[in-house]
Write a protein of this length. Structure first.
Length: 203
């Protein structure tokens, strides 16, 4: 006899247990999420930015000029224009020659000016030395002439003094003679008892 199947009762849902409060001290920290690893066969290149240099306006213009020249030298098909490259090389060579010629001319002008200035300085020193020698010679000549003039004047003074002394001596001699003569005549008048014929003038 077949067993009678009894209909199964649906299971009643059991109440879920309440979650226990987590202790933060005992709770393990969540592990960091692992990042997907890069494939080993692919090299990751890191670009380190270099220091930013301040470009001057003149350098900007040169850079732009180089870029423009490079753009002009590239053909539409991507190759280099040989004529443009040769023209640029010729232009740079010409500018280099012009620059070298300019520097050479400037150096020549500087050296020439320095030689002329040195020559002028030597000429000035020579002329000054010559004039100073002439001035010294003139001063010596003047001193010599001055000494001669002083000597001449001193000699003249001495001559005048001598002449004056001679004249004084002559006067003194004549006075003595006249006094002696007067005394002799007076003694004669006294001896003879006569008087002089000339009248005496009393002042």
């Amino acid at each position: 006899m077949a067993e009678e199947e009894h209909p199964k009762k649906p299971e009643e849902p059991q109440p879920e247990p309440e979650p226990e409060p987590k202790n933060p001290a005992t709770e393990p920290e969540p592990e960091p999420e692992s990042k997907p690893e890069a494939p080993k066969d692919v090299e990751v290149e890191t670009i380190v930015p270099g220091p930013v240099e301040e470009v001057k306006p003149a350098e900007d213009l040169k850079a732009v000029s180089v870029i423009e020249k490079s753009a002009e030298e590239i053909k539409p098909d991507g190759g280099l224009d040989r004529d443009a490259v040769l023209a640029r090389v010729a232009t740079e060579k010409r500018l280099s020659l012009i620059k070298a010629w300019e520097e050479s001319e400037k150096s020549k002008a500087e050296n020439k000016a320095q030689k002329k200035l040195s020559s002028i300085g030597a000429w000035e020193n020579s002329k000054k030395a010559q004039l100073e020698a002439e001035l010294k010679k003139i001063e010596e000549e003047l001193e010599r002439k001055k000494a001669e003039c002083v000597e001449k004047m001193r000699n003249k003074v001495a001559l005048v003094r001598k002449a004056a002394e001679e004249k004084r001596a002559s006067v003194e001699t004549k006075r003595g003679e006249e006094i002696l003569k007067a005394e002799e005549i007076a003694a004669k008048y006294r001896a003879t008892g006569t008087a002089p014929k000339k009248s005496l003038i009393f002042f």
